[in-house]
Design a protein. Structure first.
Length: 379
C-alpha cells in the first residue's frame, strides 16, 4: 500500500496532480514546518482584524433601536444623546451612561489601539505590565500589546507585498536573461553588478531628509534592490533548460518565445523560486524592522516592531519593551524559517520520489522532468 500510485485529488477545491500530492505529503511530514505555518497564519489572520481585538472604540453599539459600528465610522456625540457635534469619546463615563440607558456596547478584548494614550497610569510611563496593560506601556503611555498586534500586521503585509513584487520582477528578469543569453545576458549582468553596488541605506537617508517616508515610499525604494535575489536561480534554470528537447519541440511547433518562456520553461524554474520565497519574506520583514529601529522607516507614531526595539534600547529601565520586541521578532522569523525548511523538503527531488513507483512506459535512463504540452504533442 505504501508504494501504491497516487491518484488525482483535490486541494482547496483545486484538482492537483500526483506530483503535487507528493509535495503536500512531504510538507506535512515536516511537523515543525507544518505547525509553524498554521501558527503563523493564525497570528496573521488575528492581526488582520486588529481593530476588533485592540481598539479604543466598541466595535458594535446598539442604541435606541439603531445599530452602529464605530470601528468603521465616527459618530458625533449627539447621536447618542450628547451635546457635542464632535466624535464620540466612548470611554467617557457620561457617554457610557447615555448609551447604557437605551442600549449596550461590545468592546474589544484590549480597549486601546496603537495610538491611544493612557492618561490614568498608576506610575509614570513607561509603566510595568498589569491587569489593564498586559505587556505594559511604552514611553508615551501607549499600550504595548496593542502596538505589537498592529505592528505585526504592518510588518507581515509589508514583507508579503515586497516579496510578491520582487518575485515578479526578478523572475521576469531572470527568464529574459537565461532564455535569450548572449549580449542580453551579458549587458543585464553588468547592469546588475553596478546596481547592486549602490548604497541602499544612504539613499534612504537622503530621501528621508527630502520627504517623509511612508509605507509605499519604503516599499518602492526597497523594491529597487530586492528583486535581484531571484534573478540568479531563475537565470540558471533557463540557461540549463533552453536547449532541452521539449523547448526545441515547442519552437518547432510554432510557439512564440513568450509562450515557451512562461508556459514551458518557467514551471520548472518556479521550484527553486517557491523554495526561496519564505526566506525572502523573512528578509523583507527584517529590512523594515531595521529601518524603523534606525529611525528611517515608517512615520513617527506608526506601530512598528523596530520602533518597539528602539524604545527598549532607549529605556533600559523598562525591560518589557525590549523583551517584547525581541521575542516577537524572534518567534516570527523562526516560524518563517521553519516554514521555509518544510517547503524546501517538499520540493527536494531526493525526498519527492523516495518510495514512489517508477513511471510506466518510460525508459530506465529517462530523466525525471515535467514535459510541457507542446513537447508531448498535446493540444
Amino acid at each position: 500500500m505504501a508504494n501504491a500510485p497516487l491518484r488525482s485529488a483535490r486541494f482547496l477545491g483545486i484538482k492537483i496532480t500526483p506530483l503535487t500530492q507528493r509535495r503536500l505529503h512531504n510538507f506535512r511530514a515536516n511537523r515543525r514546518g507544518y505547525w509553524s505555518l498554521w501558527i503563523f497564519l493564525g497570528l496573521f489572520v488575528l492581526s488582520l482584524f486588529a481593530e476588533f481585538v485592540a481598539n479604543d472604540k466598541p466595535f458594535f453599539v446598539y442604541y435606541d433601536g439603531g445599530v452602529y459600528m464605530p470601528v468603521f465610522q465616527d459618530y458625533p456625540e449627539t447621536t447618542f444623546g450628547g451635546s457635542f457635534e464632535t466624535a464620540t469619546e466612548y470611554k467617557d463615563p457620561f457617554v457610557q451612561e447615555l448609551i447604557n440607558e437605551k442600549g449596550w456596547m461590545l468592546w474589544p478584548i484590549i480597549r486601546y489601539n496603537h495610538r491611544t494614550v493612557s492618561w490614568d497610569l498608576p506610575e509614570p510611563a513607561p509603566s510595568a505590565p498589569n491587569g489593564e496593560h498586559w505587556l505594559g506601556t511604552d514611553d508615551q503611555a501607549r499600550d504595548v500589546l496593542a502596538r505589537l498586534i498592529y505592528g505585526f500586521r504592518i510588518s507581515v503585509l509589508f514583507g508579503l507585498v515586497l516579496t510578491v513584487f520582487s518575485a515578479i520582477i526578478g523572475v521576469s528578469a531572470g527568464a529574459v536573461q537565461g532564455y535569450f543569453g548572449g549580449w542580453t545576458d551579458l549587458l543585464f549582468q553588468r547592469f546588475m553588478e553596478v546596481w547592486s553596488g549602490l548604497p541602499t541605506l544612504y539613499l534612504l537617508i537622503i530621501l528621508a531628509s527630502v520627504v517623509v517616508p511612508n509605507f509605499w515610499w519604503l516599499l518602492g525604494i526597497l523594491l529597487l534592490f530586492s528583486w535581484m535575489g531571484f534573478v540568479g536561480v531563475v537565470r540558471a534554470e533557463f540557461l540549463r533548460a533552453r536547449n532541452f528537447d521539449y523547448v526545441r519541440a515547442a519552437r518547432a511547433l510554432g510557439a512564440s518565445n513568450v509562450t515557451v518562456m512562461f508556459r514551458h520553461v518557467l514551471p520548472n524554474a518556479m521550484v527553486a523560486t517557491i523554495t526561496f520565497l519564505p526566506f525572502t519574506l523573512s528578509g523583507s520583514i527584517t529590512a523594515l524592522t531595521s529601518l524603523d529601529f534606525l529611525g528611517f522607516g515608517l512615520p513617527a507614531g506608526s506601530a512598528s516592531l523596530g520602533e518597539l526595539l528602539k524604545q527598549g534600547k532607549e529605556n533600559l529601565a523598562a525591560p518589557w519593551l525590549g523583551l517584547t520586541g525581541f521575542f516577537s521578532i524572534a518567534i516570527m522569523l523562526s516560524l518563517l524559517v521553519f516554514i521555509g525548511e518544510a517547503v524546501r523538503d517538499a520540493f527536494d527531488p531526493r525526498k519527492l520520489f523516495a518510495g514512489a513507483p517508477p513511471p510506466e512506459d518510460t525508459a530506465a535512463d529517462a530523466p525525471v522532468a515535467r514535459q510541457p504540452a507542446a513537447a508531448r504533442g498535446d493540444d
